[in-house]
Design a protein around this ligand. Structure first.
Ligand code: NAD
Ligand code: WQD
Length: 339
C-alpha cells in the first residue's frame, strides 16, 4: 500500500492548505480533527480541490484509541501535528484548557506513534517561543522564553520532542517555528476563517474590507520602528505549506532532526500591511490608532538562512500577493465557511 501522511488539525487554517499542497505533490493524506476550531465544510472544499484522495477522521488527538485505529487502518509513515488551540488571550484566561489540549494531544500522539512504530513528525511551533526577542532577525539559536500559557505549551512540546530524540535516536523530528501566516489558497476556496472577533491582523483587515467590521484598531504607533507601528514577518500560507513538504523530504532523506524558522526574513509594519491591502483591494481600510496591546513586541522577524541552507526552501510570495489572496478568499466567502 502507498504510504500516507497523517495530518492532525488538517481541517484548520494551515493544516488545510498543507493538505492541498501534499496531495498536489502526490501524497496520500489522512486528516484527524475534532473540528473544535474549524468547519466540516473545509472537507468539501478540499474535495473540490483534490478529489477524494484523503480520508477524514473526526476525533480528538487526545483519544489514543482513535489514533491506534488510524495507524492500524492506514500505512502512515509520517505525521504533521497542527492540532492545537492558538489564541494567546484565551490561553491567559483558560490556561488549563490550553495545557490539556496542546500538551495532552502531543503526548497522546507521540505515544500512539511509538506504539505504531512511526517516528517521523513535523511539529507546528511558533515564533512566540522567542518571547520579546533581543535581536532581529531572530536566529533559531536565540534564547527561548514563553510570555503566555499558549507560548509555554509550544515550548513544553518542543522540549518533549528534544527529550524524545535524545532518548531514542529513531525519532526524526522537524520543529517548525512559524512567524505570521496569512493569505489563502489562490482558488479562494479555502482560507482563514476565525470564529468570533479575529485576534490577528490580516483577518481583521479583510473583515473590515468586506464590511463586517467598522474599522481596524491599530495597536500602538509609538514603537521604535520606522513608522511607529508593530513590525512582523508575514508569510503566505502556501509558502508555509511548501515548507512542510520540504521538512518531510529532509527527514526522509537526511534522517536528521531539525528546528527551523519559517518566515520571509522581512519585517512589515501594520501601517505598511494596511496600505498594501488597500491598494490591492482597491478600497480604503478604516482604522484608528489606539494604545498598544499588552504583551505585543515592537518587531519580530526571522533569520531564514537555516531554512534556505538545510531545507532548500524560501518564501516566494510578497506582501501584495498575500493581501491579494486573503482578499479573494474573504470577498468570495464574506462569512468564511458559513458563506
Ligand atoms: P486552526 O485553529 O485553524 O487549526 C487547528 C486545528 O486543530 C483546528 O481545525 C481544530 O479544530 C483542531 N484541533 C485543535 N485541538 C484538537 C484536538 N485536541 N484534537 C483534534 N483536533 C484539534 O489553527 P492554525 O492557524 O491552522 O494553526 C495550526 C498550528 O500552527 C497550531 O498548532 C498553532 O498553534 C500553530 N501556529 C499557528 C500560527 C498562526 O498564526 N496561525 C502561528 C504559529 C503557530
Ligand atoms: C500582528 C501585528 C499587532 C490586530 C500572534 C501570536 C503568535 C502567532 C501569530 C501563533 C501586531 C497588530 C493586530 C489588530 C493591530 N500565533 N494588530 N490590530 O501578535 O504577531 O502574533 O499570531 O503562534 O503567537 O502572538 O500577530 O496578527 O495578532 O498582530 O494593530 O486588530 O498587528 O499589534 O503588531 P502577533 P497579530
Amino acid at each position: 500500500m502507498t504510504p500516507c501522511i497523517l495530518i492532525t488539525g488538517g481541517a484548520g487554517y494551515i493544516g488545510s492548505h498543507t493538505a492541498v499542497t501534499l496531495m498536489e505533490a502526490g501524497h496520500r493524506v489522512v486528516i484527524i480533527d475534532n473540528l473544535c476550531n474549524s468547519s466540516p465544510r473545509v472537507l468539501d472544499r478540499l474535495r473540490r480541490l483534490c478529489g477524494n484522495s484523503f480520508e477524514f477522521v473526526q476525533a480528538d488527538v487526545r483519544d489514543g484509541a482513535a489514533l491506534d485505529a488510524i495507524f492500524t487502518q492506514h500505512p502512515v509513515n509520517s505525521v504533521i501535528h497542527f492540532a492545537g488551540l492558538k489564541a494567546v488571550g484565551e490561553s491567559m484566561a483558560q490556561p488549563l484548557r490550553y495545557f490539556d489540549n496542546n500538551v495532552g494531544s502531543t503526548i497522546s500522539l507521540l505515544q500512539a506513534m511509538d506504539r505504531a512504530d512511526v517516528r517521523r513528525i513535523v511539529f507546528s511551533s511558533s515564533a512566540t517561543v522567542y518571547g520579546d526577542p533581543q535581536q532581529v532577525p531572530i536566529p533559531e539559536t536565540a534564547p527561548l522564553k514563553a510570555t503566555n500559557p499558549y507560548g509555554r505549551t509550544k515550548l513544553i512540546c518542543e522540549d518533549m520532542l528534544r527529550d524524545l530524540q535524545c532518548a531514542d535516536p529513531r525519532w526524526q523530528v522537524a520543529i517548525l517555528r512559524y512567524f505570521n501566516p496569512v493569505g489563502a489558497h489562490p482558488s479562494g476556496l479555502i482560507g482563514e476563517a476565525p470564529s468570533g472577533v479575529p485576534n490577528n491582523l490580516m483577518p481583521y483587515i479583510t473583515q473590515v474590507a468586506v464590511g463586517q467590521r467598522d474599522y481596524l484598531s491599530i495597536f500602538g504607533n509609538d514603537y521604535p520602528t520606522p513608522d511607529g507601528t508593530g513590525v512582523r514577518d508575514y508569510i503566505h500560507v502556501m509558502d508555509l505549506a511548501r515548507g512542510h513538504l520540504a521538512a518531510l523530504d529532509h527527514l526522509a532523506n537526511e534522517q536528521q532532526s531539525i528546528t527551523v524558522n519559517l518566515g520571509t526574513g522581512y519585517g512589515v509594519s501594520v501601517k505598511q500591511l494596511v496600505d498594501t491591502f488597500s491598494r490591492v483591494a482597491g478600497r480604503p481600510i478604516a482604522h484608528r490608532h489606539v494604545a498598544r496591546r499588552s504583551g505585543d513586541v515592537a518587531a519580530c522577524y526571522a533569520d531564514t538562512s537555516l531554512a534556505r541552507t538545510i531545507l532548500g526552501w524560501q518564501a516566494e510570495h510578497d506582501i501584495a500577493r498575500m493581501c491579494e489572496d486573503a482578499w479573494r478568499w474573504q470577498s468570495i466567502n464574506p462569512t468564511g465557511y458559513a458563506s
